[in-house]
Write a new protein. Structure first.
Ligand SMILES: Nc1ncnc2c1ncn2[C@@H]1O[C@H](COP(=O)(O)OP(=O)(O)OP(=O)(O)O)[C@@H](O)[C@H]1O
Ligand SMILES: Nc1ncnc2c1ncn2[C@@H]1O[C@H](COP(=O)(O)OP(=O)(O)OP(=O)(O)O)[C@@H](O)[C@H]1O
Ligand SMILES: [Mg+2]
Ligand SMILES: [Mg+2]
Ligand SMILES: [Zn+2]
Lengths: 276, 241
């Protein structure tokens, strides 16, 4: 099996930081706020790897740093410290050493991101089809007919009616906006996809259909995915391995069924018990 | 029995620490056993003795406590599953080790024949072949054909159990773990399952199975391992910490 991503000691501090930030925060202090300098240690020492076709879950309560971790990897936020290596066929990229143009290029070509809030992932001023076309243009596809064909194909694959592709995203339901986001993310056939609370806040049946779609895509295309969620049902359904985060730290990781059936950490035991 | 075992468990023990309740719950205690290709080792013992815990420890659904779980792979390497890397474990689950749990866990909404075909797809078998083999297995399990296209979530206990078995057996793992596979089956279906188990033996599958009925153990087991209940009742963390 091939490794797609390797993350080592990723840290992200919001604020100017001080030498005591890491020491004064974390699960044992029950806070991510450094009282000495007022900075927030959103993530610290996060390490994991991801293999081709694998779905890794990141779970934890609100504010534990789940989104921060994927935002750094998708170049939405610069990390404070740490390393991430992306393996793409026989090429390897030291993600945080790349310049902005190289990072944008990877994000457009080789990564995909689906945000909880569709306003972050979609341009609401242009049509659903236009959103996909925009991403394809950025990744160097410039033949209009081909772009339109590809957009139609993706929207039907994600079960958005192709006849609605010229409508603006704001006329769509929440579930459909997520489908358009997924279609957009998949348009360049990325080997790595980040999904941040994709199904949160949607009706149960809509949620279920989105999760089915993600599983189908993973089986069809062998996309490696990182799924961020506080919903243990989503973790159980989608992922093979899971990281549990608390106050910016990974406190436990393992095979997903083991994390859910034999959690080791008191915090994970509480999370799992309260979800029953 | 000169052939080396496929699985050798040595002094496996496991206890659960429940932080919230401040308790330690003893489970499997000093379990040793061997499972051979083409044979079935039966795991018996009173309720709470830790039988299921042994299976889940081997499959790594439970984190093993102490002891060794030596598995000889298809490629001939011996690895300690208690120490194996997570990716290695996932690969073994996909290709070599199957587990039929006591109760069926299936994705909601998934049609029965897809539930059964799933392990084959994970193994890399084509959709058409997987579907064909899944149907064959469902027929062998005597599950009425009208049920194949719908989700097993509303099935009876016995129907669910047959789906569960079909899914476990369909991929012909090298090592198959079975947790009370016949508990909710009628006599007729049970006979079919026994015949299937015999067939798997001739194909060289190594099986470790928990059974409650003695009659069944007598009929299909080559080796029997009896677990004793753990030595002490659960105890508070303070006493042992
Ligand atoms: N731009 C920012 N500036 C300052 N603090 C931030 C910023 N973004 C996030 N944080 C803080 O970092 C911490 C981690 O936030 P993050 O969004 O990663 O949490 P999360 O685990 O995704 O939570 P949720 O489940 O609520 O989405 C939080 O305390 C948050 O307030
Ligand atoms: N996930 C778990 N968390 C905490 N305790 C557990 C867990 N799983 C099992 N135990 C405990 O371990 C002991 C052995 O349980 P196990 O299910 O292995 O027994 P068993 O021999 O399979 O019993 P039965 O014949 O009733 O199925 C019991 O006291 C049980 O409560
Ligand atoms: Mg978040
Ligand atoms: Mg049991
Ligand atoms: Zn500080």
């Amino acid at each position: 099996m091939d490794k797609v991503l390797e993350v080592a000691k990723l840290s992200k501090v919001y604020g100017q930081g001080c030498p005591s930030c890491y020491e004064l925060t974390g699960p044992q202090h029950n806070t991510n706020l450094c009282f000495r300098c007022g900075s927030i240690v959103a993530a610290h020492d996060v390490s994991f790897d991801l293999y081709k076709g694998e779905i890794l879950g990141i779970m934890g309560e609100s504010g534990s740093g789940k989104s921060t971790a994927v935002k750094c990897l998708y170049f939405d936020e610069p990390p404070t410290a740490g390393q991430a290596t992306f393996f793409d066929d026989d090429k390897r990229y030291d993600l945080f050493a790349l310049n902005a143009a190289q990072q944008r290029r990877l994000a457009n070509h080789r990564f995909g991101m689906v945000y909880q809030n569709p306003h972050l992932g979609l341009n609401f001023d242009i049509s659903a089809g236009g959103n996909i076309a925009e991403r394809l243009l950025m990744s160097d596809m410039d033949n209009y007919a081909r772009i339109r064909h590809q957009a139609t194909r993706l929207l039907s694959r994600t079960e958005v009616l192709p006849e609605r592709m010229d409508e603006l995203p704001k006329t769509f339901s929440g579930g459909m906006q997520q489908r358009v986001q997924i279609a957009k993310a998949l348009s360049t056939n990325p080997p790595l996809l980040f999904l941040d609370e994709v199904s949160t806040g949607l009706d149960l049946s809509v949620q279920a259909a989105i999760l089915d779609l993600i599983l189908e895509i993973q089986q069809e295309m062998g996309t490696a995915m990182i799924v961020v969620t506080h919903d243990l049902g989503v973790i159980r359904l989608l992922t093979g391995r899971t990281l549990v985060m608390k106050y910016g730290r990974v406190i436990e990781s393992g095979l997903t069924d083991q994390i859910l059936e034999d959690p080791q950490h008191a915090y994970t035991q509480r999370l799992v018990a309260s979800a029953l | 029995m000169s052939e080396a075992p496929v699985l050798r468990v040595e002094n496996f023990s496991k206890q659960f620490t429940l932080h919230e309740q401040g308790k330690r719950i003893p489970s499997s205690h000093n379990v040793s056993l061997s499972v051979y290709s083409g044979q079935l080792t039966a795991l018996i013992g009173p309720t709470g003795a830790g039988k299921t815990t042994v299976l889940k420890g081997i499959y790594r659904t439970y984190l093993p406590g102490s002891g060794r779980i030596l598995y000889r792979t298809q490629a001939g390497h011996e690895i300690d599953l208690a120490q194996a890397d997570e990716h290695r474990m996932l690969a073994l689950r996909r290709m070599e080790i199957g587990y039929v749990t006591q109760f069926l866990h299936a994705l909601p909404r998934q049609a029965t024949e897809d539930v059964v075909a799933q392990p084959l797809l994970h193994k890399g078998i084509s959709k058409t072949d997987a579907q064909y083999q899944a149907r064959e297995m469902l027929a062998a399990m005597n599950l009425p054909q009208r049920l194949w296209g719908i989700s097993p979530s509303t099935f009876s206990g016995g129907e669910k159990q047959r789906v569960n078995l079909a899914r476990g057996l369909v991929s012909r793992p090298r090592l198959l773990l079975l947790d009370e596979p016949t508990a909710s089956l009628d006599q007729y279906t049970m006979e079919r399952v026994i015949r299937l188990i015999e067939k798997l033996k001739t194909e060289g599958v190594a099986m470790l199975a928990i059974f409650h009925q003695k009659e069944l153990v007598d009929r299909v087991a080559n080796n029997v391992v009896t677990l004793e209940p753990p030595p002490a009742e659960e105890y508070a963390l303070e006493e042992t910490a």
